[in-house]
Write a protein that binds this ligand. Structure first.
Ligand SMILES: Nc1ncnc2c1ncn2[C@@H]1O[C@H](COP(=O)(O)OP(=O)(O)OP(=O)(O)O)[C@@H](O)[C@H]1O
Length: 335
C-alpha cells in the first residue's frame, strides 16, 4: 500500500526577466494506491501528473507532505534508506523508443537488472536467463525471437512490452504507467492496456495510471479509482465509473464533455465552460484555482479555496463550492 499525504512540489523556473518564477506543480495532494489496486490520475497538460508519478517512483523529491510505503514514512529516511522501498514502485515511460538503450540487445537490457535482483535475493546467476524468458512470456512476447534483438528491430508495441518486462525484473508492488500508450500506434494500445490489466490479476501488482485521456483511465479496471487534477490540486476523486457517469466538479465535467462521442455522453451547458488555460496565467493563487474558467463562479470562489470534501456518493469527493451533480445524461435521453 502506498499513500501520500499533502504532497507538495514547487519548481523554480529561471529565464524570466523578472528572475526565477515559482511554479507550483503539486498542492497538497492526498492519494492511496492499494495493493493490487488501480488508480488513475487525469488532467490536462501541465497539471502535475508526471511530477506526482515521478515522486511516487522515488525519482523526484517533494517539498512538503509525506509518502508512506507499507507503513514506512519516506520523509524520515535518507536517500539510501529509501531505495529498497522505491524499488517496489517501477515507472513505465511513455516513450518506448527512448526508454531502451539502442546499443543493447533485449537480453542485455534484462540481464543487468536481473543480476542485481539475483544478488538482492540470494539467487544464482543462471536464474537471470530463466527469469528473463519467464518475464517476456508473461508480457506476451516470444523470448526466442526478442532476446537476441536490438530495440530498433522491434515494433513499438513489442518495445513497450519489453519496457514493462524490465519494470517487472524488480518484483514491484506498483507499476506507474505515465501515458504508457500515448506514443504507441492506436491499433496496439488496447493490447498494452489489456496486459496491464492482466498483470494486476496475475501478479497482484497495483497500477497507477497517468493519463490525459479518460477512456484509458476507464479501461484499466471496473474497480479503479480516478483522481482529477487541476493545476496541482485534486479537484475530484472517486470510483472511475461513478465519476464518469456523475461528475460533480465543473472541471471534470468540461474534461468529459470534450469526448462526448467516445463515451456516448452529452452534457447540457458545456459551452459555458471557458475553454482556455490562458485565463489562469499570472493569476494570484487566491480562491478556487478553476474560478476564471468556471461557469458557476461566485464571489466566494474568488477568495476562498475549496478543499476536497464529500461529493455526491459515498466515496466520491470534490473540491467545489457549487457542485453540479448529475449533469451528465446519456446521448438520446429525453429526445
Ligand atoms: N524540472 C522542472 N523544472 C521546472 N518546472 C517544471 C519541471 N517539471 C515540471 N515543471 C512544471 O511543473 C508543472 C507540472 O508539470 P508536469 O510535467 O508534472 O505536468 P503534466 O500534467 O505531467 O503535463 P504533461 O502531460 O504535459 O507532461 C508544469 O507547469 C511544468 O512546466
Amino acid at each position: 500500500m502506498i499513500t501520500g499525504t499533502g504532497v507538495t512540489k514547487t519548481y523554480r523556473q529561471r529565464g524570466s526577466i523578472l528572475g526565477a518564477r515559482q511554479v507550483p506543480a503539486l498542492r497538497g495532494v492526498d492519494f492511496a494506491v492499494p495493493r493490487g489496486g488501480a488508480v488513475s490520475f487525469i488532467g490536462e497538460s501541465g497539471c502535475g501528473k508526471t511530477t506526482l508519478g515521478r515522486i511516487i517512483a522515488g525519482l523526484e523529491t517533494y517539498d512538503d507532505g509525506d509518502i508512506v510505503i507499507d507503513g514506512t514514512s519516506m520523509s524520515g529516511l535518507g536517500h539510501r534508506a529509501r531505495q529498497p522501498f522505491f524499488r517496489r514502485v517501477q515507472l513505465i515511460h511513455q516513450d518506448p523508443y527512448s526508454a531502451l538503450n539502442p546499443t543493447r540487445t533485449i537480453h542485455q537490457t534484462l540481464s543487468a537488472p536481473l543480476a542485481l535482483r539475483a544478488r538482492q535475493t540470494g539467487r544464482s546467476r543462471s536464474w537471470t536467463d530463466e527469469r528473463a524468458e519467464e518475464l517476456l512470456s508473461l508480457v506476451g512476447i516470444d523470448p526466442g525471437y526478442v532476446l537476441p534483438r536490438y530495440p530498433h528491430q522491434l515494433s513499438g508495441g513489442m518495445r513497450q512490452r519489453v519496457v514493462i518486462a524490465r519494470a517487472l525484473t524488480m518484483d514491484p508492488d506498483v507499476l506507474v504507467a505515465d501515458e504508457a500508450v500515448s506514443m504507441i500506434d492506436v491499433s496496439l494500445r488496447l493490447g498494452i492496456l489489456s496486459l496491464l490489466k492482466d498483470l494486476r490479476v496475475r501478479l497482484g501488482v497495483g497500477v497507477l495510471f497517468i493519463t490525459h485521456d479518460i477512456a484509458t483511465a476507464r479501461y484499466i479496471g471496473d474497480d479503479s479509482e480516478l483522481y482529477v487534477i487541476y493545476r496541482g490540486q485534486v479537484v475530484e476523486r472517486g470510483p472511475t465509473e461513478t465519476i464518469i457517469a456523475e461528475p460533480v466538479h465543473p472541471y471534470t465535467q468540461s474534461l468529459l464533455s470534450a469526448i462526448p462521442v467516445l463515451h456516448g455522453l452529452e452534457r447540457p451547458g458545456e459551452e459555458q465552460v471557458v475553454p482556455t488555460e490562458a485565463l489562469d496565467e499570472g493569476r494570484a493563487d487566491e480562491g478556487c484555482l478553476f474560478a476564471r474558467r468556471c461557469p458557476f463562479v461566485t464571489e466566494r470562489c474568488e477568495h476562498e479555496m475549496p478543499v476536497l470534501g464529500r461529493g455526491g456518493g459515498e466515496v466520491q469527493r470534490h473540491a467545489c463550492f457549487h457542485p453540479q451533480p448529475r449533469s451528465v445524461i446519456p446521448v438520446g435521453a429525453g429526445q
